[in-house]
Write a protein of this length. Structure first.
Length: 322
């Protein structure tokens, strides 16, 4: 039985939870000052866009994908940008330090000021409006507005008393099933078992949200198959298109095809000779071909993987044939 806010109760045979995530809110003094913005909704976007006129100044907090894209967009609108990131490079947890340094160089070349290995200690201002940011290392950064990009947290409260396992989201199997009969979860909120990577993963990207829901629906109808889509997403920053596929939290080898220095490459994240993930800058076609290598989860020859004269399709066919 599901109880609505109105008090009405609705019975069900099967229930799908797709509550997604909410922006993380940290207990930072001054967080409620005016012109400290999150980016989650169209209204958020409209408010930030209204602030973003040439010559104004902004602090972007966090250099994950949201923060990096916001910083790039603001710079292209003529806004002076200072970004504060606790890691030593943008996107370190996803891309690692080598590729992260490439992205840092792109932002600096476009005029963004990047502050790494630091955090925000407080937002300050008079009259209820933010005017400066104080960092953990004591820097004071004057600004007209702030955009927060510190990630999301899964919205799991609905299942708090149901017996469903909650661990970095709602834990489900490859059929989107929780441990409670009749209850399923999909999308950003679901920490789902992935048969290709042989582990649970929680994916916050558009492609997963689009495909995971229909997979859950098929399971609820008794027609389900193991959900094994390879996670994929893209990010446009300035004139660079970054695409990422696969899933990894650690790797023992980074193999680069192309040139990090020229910012035109595919980087393959490998463990035990297998490609777990890949990121491409301005090489979307190569990235799409790599997705089959990731799904095959078979060892790939390093020399051929690195060699731009070896067609990735031949490596895919060899992996599929094994």
């Amino acid at each position: 039985m599901v109880e609505l806010e109105s008090g009405e109760r609705v019975s069900y045979d099967k229930l799908l939870i797709a509550t997604g995530g909410r922006n993380r809110r940290f207990p930072i003094p001054g967080l409620d000052l005016r012109c400290v913005y999150d980016l989650r909704t169209v209204d958020d976007c409209d408010r930030i866009r209204a602030e973003s006129t040439s010559g104004r100044s902004a602090v972007v907090v966090g250099m994950g994908f949201i923060g990096s894209e916001v910083a790039a967009s603001l710079r292209q609108l003529g806004v002076e940008v200072v970004a504060v990131e606790r890691d030593p490079v943008p996107l370190r947890r996803v891309l690692g330090e080598e590729v992260g340094r490439v992205m840092a160089g792109i932002h600096r070349d476009h005029g963004a000021t990047l502050i790494f290995d630091d955090t925000v200690a407080a937002f300050e201002g008079e009259g209820g409006r933010v005017e400066r940011v104080r960092t953990g290392h004591g820097r004071l950064i004057e600004c007209d507005f702030v955009v927060m990009g510190l990630g999301i947290e899964p919205v799991t409260e609905l299942l708090a008393d149901t017996g469903a396992e909650i661990d970095n989201g709602i834990v489900v199997d490859e059929y989107c099933r929780t441990g409670v009969e009749g209850i399923y979860a999909a999308g950003d909120v679901a920490n789902h078992y992935h048969p290709v990577f042989d582990r649970r993963i929680r994916v916050e990207h558009w492609q997963n949200a689009v495909k995971h829901g229909p997979a859950a629906a098929r399971s609820m109808l008794g027609k389900g198959e193991p959900y094994d889509e390879i996670p994929w997403f893209w990010s446009d920053q300035y004139d660079y298109n970054l695409q990422d596929a696969g899933y990894h939290t650690e790797w023992d080898e980074l193999v680069v095809r192309g040139s990090l220095e020229e910012r035109n490459f595919v980087a393959f994240y490998r463990k035990g000779g297998r490609v777990l993930a890949a990121v491409a800058v301005n090489r979307g076609r190569d990235l799409r071909r790599t997705m089959r290598l990731i799904k095959a989860q078979r060892p790939v020859d390093t020399t051929k993987l690195r060699d731009p004269d070896v067609d990735l399709r031949t490596l895919v066919e060899a992996a599929d044939a094994r």
